[in-house]
Design a binder for this molecule. Sequence first.
Ligand SMILES: Nc1ncnc2c1ncn2[C@@H]1O[C@H](COP(=O)(O)OP(=O)(O)OC[C@H]2O[C@@H]([n+]3cccc(C(=O)O)c3)[C@H](O)[C@@H]2O)[C@@H](O)[C@H]1O
Ligand SMILES: Nc1ncnc2c1ncn2[C@@H]1O[C@H](COP(=O)(O)OP(=O)(O)OP(=O)(O)O)[C@@H](O)[C@H]1O
Ligand SMILES: NC(=O)CC[C@H](N)C(=O)O
Length: 679
Amino acid sequence: MSKTHPFHSARTHSFVRVAAATPLVHIADPVANAAEHEALIGQAGEQGVDLIVFPELSLTAYAIDDLLMQDALLVEVERQIARLAQVTAETGVIAVIGAPIRNGDALFNCAVVLGGGEVLGVVPKTFLPNYREYYEKRWFAPSGARSEDTVVLNGETVDFAPGLIFEATNRPGFVFAVEICEDFWAPLPPSTRAALAGARILCNLSASNIVIGKAEERAVLCASQSMRAMAAYVFSASGWGESTTDLGWDGQATIHELGARLAESERFAMTSQLTVADVDVGRIGLDRLRNGTFADCARQEGEAATIVPFDAGESTATGDLIRPLDRFPFVPDDPARLDQDCFEAFNIQVQGLMRRLTATGTKRLVIGVSGGLDSTQALLVACRAFDRLDLPRSDILAYTMPGFATSDGTKANAWALMTALGVTGSELDIRPAAEQMLKDIGHPFADGEPVHDITFENVQAGLRTDYLFRLANQNRALVLGTGDLSELALGWATYGVGDHMSHYNVNGGVAKTLIRHLIRWVAHREDMAGAAGVLQAILDTEISPELVPAGADGKIQSTEGTVGPYALNDFFLFHVTRFGTAPSKVAFLAHQAWSDASSGHWPANTPDEERVEYDLATIKAWLRKFLVRFFATSQFKRSALPNGPKVVTGGSLSPRGDWRAPSDGNARVWLDELDAHVP
Ligand SMILES: Nc1ncnc2c1ncn2[C@@H]1O[C@H](COP(=O)(O)OP(=O)(O)OC[C@H]2O[C@@H]([n+]3cccc(C(=O)O)c3)[C@H](O)[C@@H]2O)[C@@H](O)[C@H]1O
Ligand SMILES: Nc1ncnc2c1ncn2[C@@H]1O[C@H](COP(=O)(O)OP(=O)(O)OP(=O)(O)O)[C@@H](O)[C@H]1O
Ligand SMILES: NC(=O)CC[C@H](N)C(=O)O
């Protein structure tokens, strides 16, 4: 498959490549500084960067005090702006540089936006720090003091205002705005209004001196501003070369998106640097769309803004995406974060169940234990809930219910688990009842024919559920549900009279890929220690509904062989439901995340045999199945779900929660999009 297809270009999928530049600084020397800029813009162009952001007053250096008032310096600045504008024409990069600019009889601390050989606009700093170590009001006027909305630079009249919105005419969503250092230390940063006016990338040109703790402070501000303004935030503070007469400089550069850090520079470096990341302006747009508060706030607080159109680069050069991308969106790679997520997931599940038990005054549970992952996790949750409520685990009534395809291995695991956890275990053979039902409905299996169709499968799943509900009546108990989020996405459950139904389901908000890690995590808890061995055995068992007997070749009914690998399905599920991402982009992201097992990170404890990779054809084929299952055939099961808590930020699939959809829909628009755009 040719990699030249536009599908393989990040630009096709609404990514904008941004760079935070950290040039070596030459004190009050615009010519030398412009040379550093030229080199970095050139490098950026070679790396396919669309937008590069330099530090505050990058053409002169920041800490030059009264030298800012020197005519020779200011005239040279204007000349170098013209030179760098030319560089943007040659490279196709949009560059935002810092410079002191005269207007009327005042000097302004400005960001100058250059593109296509021209100055596109000039943004003056709004909030000038004049406290403690800062004295900016000695030299500069704030943006509010300017007398006009244009400024003449090298004979050309250009827009001159805070909050200018720069919007690409040819790349939807590539919309950015600029603020300068102290601006975002203000309670109401200009970038907040710019975001409300449509900017999706917010740039900060900074000259922020370093003191102990300051890097963390800036990072918190960048993360929170990108989260609150639902945007990307590109921050670049000046570094090596600034005057250390009285201050130090660390050259911190970061790129954040929706609260998450995408890239950061090496601090205290002595060479120029580019910090590069692909910002997903499409995702930002989709998240603003889902979050009505953003639009409400824009209506209430937004102001008319001047839009400055520009032409962005259009080449669809291919190459790897430059940003962190999780193989497992529901399972963090970072062990500390995974530990925290497991703690939260487990406690949400336990708390949900405890509340339902206390609210109903129910003191017993009934659960079917198969020796598979989901019923294991539900049973662990039940044990913890009973422990916390001071109820005896012996009042958890666990049933293993062998059917026509139950293997000795899973049955043994089910028994070992029930015994190790100290619940009341029982065995209830469903085969006689199943044979009776198959006979009653005239199914050929009753006459000895090896017909293992859906009816044959669902008779078993249905009878198990039937038994559990009647046992609940008999024992004044609740039936604990076990089906997980991934199964709900795929419709991988028997409807109604089947494992689809329960009195309360603790797993419905947890994706299968997370359940695996949750079981590992719970296995290490002191109160579950006795079950660690069997929990590992359960984790090592292939996922199977065990409804159809193994074939002549001995092969068992494999869930993932039918619905696709859960690793991919959970990846699809996250991107489709959390952001509404189009199938071709989901395929692009999945290909970037999964095509090379040796690149990127894996969650800690991922066994070697699970470190697999998928090519594009495989991804496309499973995505197609996912789309059909998710959009066309399984919604009716989700429209009638038992109660249970939302757990992951990716969303729940409850019709009373995060996902409402018609039960009679179809998948056409998604399949057409997939076919049209994925080679
Ligand atoms: N939109 C709609 N609105 C209302 N009803 C709709 C419908 N679409 C189909 N139906 C009806 O629903 C029925 C089909 O649904 P259903 O009875 O559930 O049956 P179905 O989805 O065909 O089968 C259940 C599947 O789940 C698998 N399973 C079962 C149990 C446990 C596990 C596991 O490993 O966790 C997996 C099993 O292997 C099988 O592939 C049909 O009677 C059909 O007419
Ligand atoms: N042999 C069995 N004995 C008791 N209950 C069963 C048996 N098989 C299935 N069940 C019940 O039906 C549910 C759905 O079956 P399924 O095989 O999908 O789940 P699982 O084995 O717990 O998890 P996984 O989907 O990971 O295999 C189980 O969680 C369990 O509650
Ligand atoms: N250049 C500036 O605006 C510096 C002020 C900023 N608050 C800082 O802490 O670094």
